[in-house]
Design a protein around this ligand. Structure first.
Ligand code: HMG
Ligand code: MG
Length: 315
């Protein structure tokens, strides 16, 4: 840990030497896009991402295609990409049917997901929280038996689009249940981008009493522009795993108002500038962002992508 203290400032922020960036653009980014990106383009994009130094890419989801038509070709995508050694290829899985596809696709990691708030859970996966536990338990156990890594997500950690505030006790309860099932890492979702740095630290301080910091990842959507500040607040408490979507693509279709994840390229710009190691190549990432921007057919929200178009000396 390096410690940065500003002159005259009372507070001291701690920053890690290295951070792991997990790219969720091909899943979280594309799931909410109106334009259907062709299977061929998805594969070409993931292949580009695989060469940027990223070590973790969530390539698709195996959910009901009636709910998420944008990712209906998940199996073809997973089977079509060129796997690069050292990169973990992950997919989101809600139930047994999804797991069968994930195993057929031979992903390296299965990611299970549920919400801390009852209404979002119901709207997103058509089950109550209590009905969800046994379904996910079976998926986690079977994935582990099949030799897969297993990641868990908790959504609506910092607020729910239907219920508003979410009690931290509810986040702890769902997180405990997921870890008890055997997940190796838990990603804490600010699904609708409402969190602020103080709240992030308050919630993390509670969770860090129960779970080791190196098992927690943060998944910020940037709906209200607070995601980057929330990254700093999380790093200050020792968190070193962050999800991002290239270009700031995405959002949860079952969370009204949810916009894209924190842009991976913006996150990388900041971390590079701070001297925090990620192993990811920014130029390669920006080229991949431009590729997807052209396919989507509109400007993506990432700041660094816009700056890059300005042909400035600093990119
Ligand atoms: P359901 O309708 O309750 O499922 O949906 P069901 O078991 O009653 O089955 C109904 C039909 O769906 C059947 O087909 C099944 O075969 C089919 P039919 O007989 O009617 O033709 N079905 C499936 N088909 C393909 N793959 C499957 C599958 N499962 C059932 N896996 C279900 C339950 C969970 C499937 C549904 O609610 C669903 O697909 N939800 C997806 C929601 C989603 O993907 N949301 C976005 C991802 S979460 C997120 O973005 C948040 C996150 O980023 C973190 C954060 O930001 O907070 C992770
Ligand atoms: Mg998300």
């Amino acid at each position: 840990m390096m410690e940065i203290q500003r002159k005259g400032a009372q507070t001291t922020m701690k920053f890690p030497e290295a951070v792991t960036i997990k790219e969720v653009g091909p899943r979280d980014g594309l799931q909410n896009e109106k334009a259907f990106i062709s299977t061929e383009d998805k594969i070409a994009w993931i292949d580009q991402l695989s060469l940027t130094g990223l070590t973790h890419i969530e390539i698709t989801s195996f959910v009901n295609p009636k709910w998420i038509p944008a990712l209906a070709d998940g199996l073809e995508v997973a089977k079509g990409i060129q796997r690069v050694p050292g990169v973990c290829y992950s997919a989101l899985v809600p139930n047994r049917k999804g797991l069968e596809k994930a195993l057929d696709a031979n992903v390296d990691e299965v990611a299970v997901f549920m919400s801390a708030s009852e209404t979002h859970n119901q709207k997103n996966i058509n089950k109550s929280i209590d009905q969800t536990y046994p379904i996910l338990k079976e998926i986690v156990e079977e994935s582990l038996r099949a030799g897969k890594k297993v990641r868990g997500y908790v959504s609506t950690v910092f607020g729910c689009p239907y219920e508003g505030d979410v009690a931290v006790e509810q986040v702890v309860k769902v997180s405990e249940a997921l870890f008890a099932m055997g997940i190796e890492e838990l990603s804490l979702g600010d699904t609708i981008g409402v969190a602020n740095p103080r709240q992030v630290q308050e919630v993390l301080r509670v969770l860090l009493k129960d779970f080791p910091g190196d098992k927690l990842a943060m998944h910020f959507h940037d709906t209200r522009g607070t995601a980057m500040a929330n990254i700093l607040a999380s790093m200050d408490l020792g968190i070193t795993i962050f999800d991002g979507a290239l270009g700031g693509l995405g959002g949860c279709p079952y969370a009204p108002g949810a916009s894209g994840n924190l842009a991976t390229d913006d996150l990388l710009y900041m971390l590079d500038g701070m001297g925090i190691h990620t192993g990811v190549n920014r130029e390669g990432l920006l080229q991949a962002a431009q590729f997807m921007e052209e396919r989507i057919g509109r400007s993506l929200p990432s700041h660094s992508l816009q700056a890059c178009k300005g042909n400035q000396v600093i990119q």
